[in-house]
Design a protein around this ligand. Structure first.
Ligand SMILES: C[S@@+](CC[C@H](N)C(=O)[O-])C[C@H]1O[C@@H](n2cnc3c(N)ncnc32)[C@H](O)[C@@H]1O
Length: 453
């Protein structure tokens, strides 16, 4: 980041965040950023989005009327978020609330204000308002004690989440919501899954060790890298020796009684994280379904890289792969009438459990999305249930921590899926620090159902 002027990074980041606020995901925006800027823009956007509420509240105190345009607003809020970071941390420590500083970009205030004003000159939508930007930032510096004490009164600022999200978590987890919210604004370490078809865990750990990469083994297949390393620089990526997958997502196969030869449906499969995990362990007759044809291609790319495509298993009679781009709920469009032994239903959800890795999610979601996705999940699972063999298993999965997509949904399925017996499974996983203060996984929900014979 050091060689590129901060002003340019701020200008690009403000643009990216403005587009997020208009409804686009960071995943779709970051790949379009010029290679030279991408790392820096990602770091600034992650930090900006995690702490947006504070910058926004400060900007509302500093502007006497509405911001002249969305790009200016984005640049001002981002600059204030950065400028107030250390002061806010000190305030948090004073108030004894556990502060989160790990990902904080540290710039001295003088440089930051100058660079922000320079950033304003780089775009014609902001150039004529650079005086206003300068005035707001300098007033923040003069009045920061009073301004921070004003915005501290707002829960949205203290937790850096939209109020509806805070209220929902407080209702669902009265004892834990504060820990959950704080944890969700922290940096998430990279978690890898070792491909056991390409070597053992010990061999892989050894290759990391030789490359000077520190790794902590979390379970049979999972390793966490405490220090960030760009994925292509980790030895064995191109050769398919590992995948990037959170520990919570890696739990899925432990709940399914899989064995070679079973007819399995991965109903919402893309990009294939769980499909490939199943195929790394078992020789399956696998049907891969996803509504999105382009995302389905990513499943094939991943299977190819991991050596899991059928062509690598030609002589294996148990190993079959069939893929279909279709709406899982529309069984007439894709179901051939041969029921499945096992169905994995990793359904679309609000993704409220993975905000650490996708800080844009809390700004992209609207309160009404929860009921909408919950309804969609019901439609999909009820349709899938008709394609399950008597005696077969369906694993319902979301990366959410909202009960409507978790426990309440599982209770609904227990009642409404004909012949469903709910079996013991992990249930709700929450991303909160363990006894050592470490957050080891994302927020996920699992419920397992067996269909009566
Ligand atoms: C949570 S992601 C699945 C992640 C995947 N199982 C993995 O582990 O990599 C949900 C997927 O559901 C797909 N999807 C959404 N609506 C669908 C539908 N009606 N039918 C089938 N797939 C759907 C999305 O395209 C998306 O790829």
């Amino acid at each position: 980041m050091s060689k590129i002027p901060l002003s340019e990074l701020l200008a690009h980041s403000a643009k990216v965040i403005q587009q997020v606020m208009a409804g686009q995901s960071l995943n779709s925006l970051l790949p379009m950023v010029d290679d030279r800027y991408r790392g820096g823009v990602q770091a600034l956007s992650f930090f900006g989005l995690r702490h947006w509420s504070r910058g926004l509240a400060l900007s509302e105190q500093l502007l006497s009327k509405k911001a002249p345009n969305p790009l200016f607003k984005s640049l001002l809020v981002l600059s204030l978020t950065l400028l107030s970071a250390e002061d806010f941390l000190a305030l948090e420590q004073e108030q004894n609330t556990s502060a989160t500083a790990a990902d904080m970009p540290v710039y001295d205030a003088f440089t930051l204000v100058n660079e922000a004003v320079k950033a304003a000159t780089l775009n014609k939508k902001t150039a004529s308002f650079r005086g206003l930007l300068n005035a707001c930032l300098r007033r923040y510096q003069r009045e920061l004690v009073q301004l921070l004490s004003n915005v501290w009164q707002q829960e949205e600022v203290r937790y850096n989440f939209p109020q509806w999200w805070i209220d929902k978590l407080r209702d669902a987890y009265p004892q834990q919501y504060e820990r959950l919210l704080k944890a969700a604004n922290q940096h998430a370490s990279l978690c890898l899954r070792v491909n056991r078809r390409q070597g053992t865990m010990d061999e892989f750990k050894q290759s990391l060790n030789q490359a000077g990469i520190e790794a902590v083994q979390l379970d049979e297949d999972a390793l966490m890298l405490p220090q960030a390393v760009p994925v292509p620089q980790i030895p064995g990526f191109a050769e398919g020796r590992f995948s990037v997958q959170d520990l919570a997502a890696q739990q899925a196969i432990s709940m399914l009684s899989l064995q070679d030869g079973l007819r399995v449906l991965d109903a919402c499969a893309a990009p294939g994280g769980k499909t490939s995990h199943m195929l790394e362990h078992y020789d399956l007759d696998m049907t891969i379904l996803d509504i999105d044809e382009r995302r389905l291609q990513r499943v094939h790319d991943n299977l190819e890289r991991l050596g899991l495509s059928k062509k690598y298993h030609q002589d294996n009679d148990h190993y079959h792969i069939r893929s279909l781009a279709a709406d899982a709920a529309d069984t007439e469009a894709w179901y051939d009438g041969r029921p499945f032994d096992v169905i994995m239903a990793d359904v679309p959800c609000t993704a409220a459990g993975i905000v650490r890795r996708h800080p844009d999610i809390k700004w992209l979601r609207r309160p009404e999305d929860v009921a909408k996705t919950s309804e969609l999940q019901r439609t999909i699972v009820q349709a899938l249930w008709t394609t399950l063999k008597p005696g077969g298993y369906l694993l319902y999965i979301t990366c959410s921590i909202f009960p409507e997509e978790g426990e309440l949904q599982a209770a609904y399925f227990s009642e409404h899926l004909v012949g469903a017996e709910r079996l013991p499974a992990i249930g709700q996983m929450l991303a909160v620090p363990d006894e050592n203060g470490e957050i080891k996984h994302d927020g996920f929900f699992y419920a397992l159902f067996k269909k009566a014979n």
